[in-house]
Design a protein around this ligand. Structure first.
Ligand SMILES: [Fe+2]
Length: 221
């Protein structure tokens, strides 16, 4: 087995009453597991075996290996989803993210309104994300298995808007499921940690650029 189904970061009933244990039984135990199992069958004996999941996603996307890409991306997206929620979540972001949401969305209420509009408007199956593009935040939706991972932006949070994510609890009322996420479940600590990791990568890049520039000066001098 190349890839394994990660454990949920909380008990199956931890998100009740907003997301039931029964939904997580199916969503994590059946849907997420099936993406992992199918991916393992697809990559067996191929150059994808032994790559990181992120590299499988980026490489299969470029090569247009649709089945590998879809299952790898869904495997990654669901792991990111579980971390995007927590028991007793929502509340307010802290740290740098708090200021960025205020500056770029005008406040948390406007962020929630825009995220809900994007999640409800996504036609069919897909994902809605809060992403960072350097120091700019944005809300984007991706269809089917797609994620921002194949672009240069950094995902901070996601919500699965496939019907299997909410049908048992909310039937066809995606809007109520999105409200539950925004008002009770968002794991702002996870978003903040992703933003801090982006900042650290940017600083590392900036310091290598400085070293490179210093080396060029030394060489030409
Ligand atoms: Fe899902």
């Amino acid at each position: 087995m190349t890839f394994t189904l990660p454990e949920l970061p909380y008990d199956r009933d931890a998100l009740e009453p907003h997301i039931s244990a029964r939904t997580l039984d199916y969503h994590h135990g059946k849907h997420h597991k099936t993406y992992i199992d199918t991916l393992n069958r697809n990559v067996a004996g191929t150059p994808y075996e032994g790559m990181t999941l992120e590299d499988v996603i980026r490489t299969s996307f470029k090569k247009k290996d649709k089945s590998v890409y879809n299952n790898a991306s869904q495997a990654w997206n669901h792991t990111f989803l579980w971390d995007s929620m927590k028991s007793g979540g929502a509340g307010r972001p802290t740290g740098e993210l708090s200021g960025m949401i205020k500056d770029q969305f005008g406040g948390l209420d406007t962020f929630r309104k825009q995220f809900k509009e994007a999640a409800v408007a996504e036609f069919g199956s897909g994902w809605t994300w809060l992403i960072a593009d350097d120091d700019t935040l944005a809300i984007v939706s991706t269809p089917d298995a797609d994620s921002p991972l194949t672009t240069d932006v950094t995902p901070l949070l996601t919500l699965d808007v496939w019907e299997h994510a909410y049908y048992l609890d909310y039937q066809n009322s995606r809007d109520k499921y999105v409200d539950a996420f925004l008002e009770h479940l968002i794991n702002w600590d996870f978003a903040e940690a992703n933003l801090e990791a982006l900042d650290a990568r940017s600083q590392l890049r900036a310091s290598s650029d400085v070293s490179l520039a210093a080396a060029r000066r030394e060489y030409s001098g």
